[in-house]
Design a protein around this ligand. Structure first.
Ligand code: ZN
Ligand code: ZN
Length: 206
């Protein structure tokens, strides 16, 4: 089986981390012989989702599904017209729309990678990206922003209490990432306090 994401180079790889617990439903506390680590669970999940999504978007497939329950998206008239003018972008993304009334679209079908339960959210996010896109449009840049947007929407929110097994799964998935140390927006996913730094802070070292 081929792995879906490129893995990190040796020096960029995460060390073994043993989760100890969760702070404020937000930071996973880990330890190993090098010290302690705080993982921002939202940022970490975003990184994992982003690398998956980047792969999916750069290997387009024609697999689409139609919403079981009719999905109608109403927009302000001016936004509706912008979307109508940019149908070719939606075509490229395999999102098929049908005009529905004065300023609404019905989503006829969308790619299978849309997260269950977040479909409308994702379509609205894509509309927003199209409405705010600059003059020099590139599909590559658009897809990268799309991967970032979707990875955030798919990621666990702060104040979510996950169990030890989920923490271990998250750490493992993060270890499979090319760049495990940052979220796709560039914020840190992990902060490390070395034994030396801890001893210095507690004035234990000479
Ligand atoms: Zn986010
Ligand atoms: Zn982020």
């Amino acid at each position: 089986e081929v792995s879906s994401v490129e893995t990190a180079s040796e020096e960029n790889k995460l060390p073994e981390l043993y989760p100890v617990g969760l702070l404020h439903g937000t930071y996973i506390v880990c330890e190993n012989e090098l010290g302690i680590y705080l993982i921002d669970q939202h940022a970490a999940k975003e990184r994992i989702n982003y690398e998956k999504m980047s792969y999916v978007l750069s290997h387009p497939s024609d697999n689409t599904i139609s919403p079981l329950v009719s999905m109608i998206i109403e927009l302000p008239r001016n936004e509706y017209l912008i979307i109508k003018d940019n149908m070719e972008i939606l075509d490229k993304l395999n999102i098929s729309l049908e005009e529905f009334g004065q300023s609404s679209f019905r989503v006829v079908s969308h790619p299978t990678w849309f997260t269950n339960g977040r479909e409308e959210d994702i379509v609205r996010g894509i509309f927003e990206m199209i409405i705010n896109k600059g003059k020099d449009f590139s599909l590559e840049k658009f897809n990268d922003n799309l991967a970032k947007m979707v990875s955030c929407k798919m990621s666990i929110k702060a104040n979510t209490f996950i169990d030890k097994a989920s923490m271990e799964r998250l750490i493992n998935d993060l270890r499979g990432c090319k760049n495990p140390y940052n979220c796709p927006h560039g914020r840190p996913a992990i902060i490390h306090f070395s034994i030396y730094e801890l001893e210095k802070m507690f004035k234990r070292s000479m």
